[in-house]
Design a protein around this ligand. Structure first.
Ligand code: FPP
Length: 246
């Protein structure tokens, strides 16, 4: 479905981040195993990536696997990793067709070897695309990221590469996985949960939040465009008063 003509293409967030939630409940509702929900969720990933690119979004970050997700039953973790590998390798062609560059944030070294190599291959094969960047958050959690940044920063101070007195937000940003990515203006969470779940805590300082009851496997590009429309009707004040913005 093409983007509707009434869609306002002004003031589209340049970065949207999504907590894709509800795969398990969707599977249960359909009398299937949880993995079936994740598999169906890939259709939503495809539709939403396409819809974001069509809307002119520059960065789309998808929370595909959190640090905490390693604690799920082993069979589910294995199935999710396999799904990631097969999806990444299968979708590279479509990413290129849509001029989408793939990127990833998280503790990528903790992923299974085949997942790492498939990811590296897809990132390399899409690196010259100039349209949207699709960022997969994999084995990611904000607290892990912030701690890793602090450890690396302390090392640099110790070795003399960084003068602690010059530390500010911009310098700190450069130690995060998202160093080359602008902060998300809009964060969406599906499935009726109203939590941030260790996702982009530093980067979400001024993000707008959009919650929907739709379960991730039912979420499509039209729902993304609705979220963008909702965002466009909000006043972002960044701590100022309404009058100051006029
Ligand atoms: C949350 O639903 C979803 C996940 C932990 C995994 C998301 C993964 C995919 C959509 C598939 C692969 C993605 C890519 C980018 C190829 P849940 O299992 O927590 O649902 P529940 O809360 O209903 O149990």
């Amino acid at each position: 479905m093409p983007i509707p003509s009434h869609f306002n293409s002004e003031n589209v967030p340049q970065h949207i981040a999504i907590i894709m939630d509800g795969n398990g409940r969707w599977a249960k509702q359909n009398g299937k195993a949880r993995v079936f929900g994740h598999k169906s969720g890939v259709k939503s990933v495809r539709s939403v990536s396409e819809g974001a690119a069509e809307a002119g979004v520059k960065y789309l970050t998808l929370y595909a696997f959190s640090t905490e997700n390693w604690n799920r039953p082993k069979a589910e973790v294995t199935a999710l990793m396999q799904l990631l590998v097969s999806t990444i390798s299968r979708e590279t062609k479509t990413l290129n067709k849509n001029n989408i560059r793939l990127a990833a944030i998280g503790d990528l070294g903790s992923l299974p070897r085949n997942c790492q190599s498939e990811l590296e291959k897809a990132i390399e094969n899409t690196s010259s695309n100039t349209g949207m960047t699709l960022v997969l958050a994999l084995s990611y959690s904000s607290r892990w990221e912030i701690l890793a940044a602090i450890k690396s920063l302390l090392n640099d101070v110790k070795s003399g590469t960084l003068d602690a007195a010059t530390l500010n937000e911009t310098v700190f940003n450069n130690y995060l996985c998202t160093k080359n990515i602008p902060d998300p203006e809009l964060i969406i969470r599906t499935s009726g949960e109203h939590r941030i779940s260790n996702f982009l805590l530093w980067q979400a300082a001024y993000s707008e939040f959009y919650f929907t009851d739709i379960l991730w496997p039912d979420f499509r590009k039209e729902n993304l465009w609705d979220a963008v429309t909702d965002f466009q009707n909000r006043e972002r004040r960044f701590g100022k008063t309404s009058e100051q913005l006029k």
